[in-house]
Design a protein around this ligand. Structure first.
Ligand code: FE
Length: 205
């Protein structure tokens, strides 16, 4: 996947070492405490992440009227669900959902930087912030999506949604066939962050 992009092979180790050094320095200078770091990490592990997006999408799949409300006013519809505190903050107030259909496939990007709907998807993957991905996805989305292993037939329109400080997009993928008997919890397990970004679809494993 994404052979055309250039990354340091040791980027994980490299970034980990930088983060550790930065954290140690900030604690040493008394700017933060280690509890601050734990609190932020806990937030992204338990309160903001793709598990929220999966719940929202599964509800939209089982309840068409919720889906309508979600598309009409995303933050208001999300507020109906019993999701963790903070869903409205941290850029959540600017979220908008778009739905895939048999005619349209949606892709979300941030051509300027890395704007992303944190409350529903967590933090973006490294390639989302890559300048090559950002520019190519805007210019030739069909080619880029196909490099993720998802060839989109020519008769399906691709819409690219550019996130910004004003609007952060996420995709409601189509409900996979053969899931008529699935419970809402079963359905949640089929919804990946990649499907909510538009570089994958939801499938039955
Ligand atoms: Fe951005």
């Amino acid at each position: 996947m994404m052979e055309t992009f250039q990354y340091r092979k040791d980027r994980e180790e490299y970034n980990l070492a930088r983060v550790k050094a930065l954290e140690a320095l900030l604690i040493k200078k008394g700017i933060i405490t280690s509890e601050t770091v734990d609190t932020v990490l806990d937030y992204f592990e338990t309160k903001m992440g793709p598990f929220n997006g999966a719940k929202i999408v599964a509800r939209a799949w089982v309840d068409p009227t919720f889906k309508e409300r979600l598309l009409a006013d995303t933050p208001k519809a999300i507020a109906e669900l019993n999701l963790p505190e903070g869903m409205a903050g941290a850029e959540g107030e600017h979220m908008r959902a778009v739905a895939n259909s048999p005619e349209v496939h949606n892709l979300i990007i941030c051509s300027l930087c890395s704007c992303y709907p944190w409350p529903v998807l967590g933090l973006p993957p490294y390639w989302y912030k890559d300048p090559t991905f950002r520019s190519r996805a805007a210019r030739e989305p069909r080619a880029v999506i196909s490099e993720f292993g998802l060839p989109i037939p020519e008769n399906i329109e691709i819409k690219v949604w550019d996130s910004s400080a004003q609007i952060r997009w996420f995709v409601i993928p189509e409900r996979p066939e053969g899931t008529e008997d699935f419970s809402e919890t079963d359905l949640e397990a089929l919804v990946t962050p990649e499907a909510m970004m538009g570089v994958a679809v939801a499938t039955v494993a």
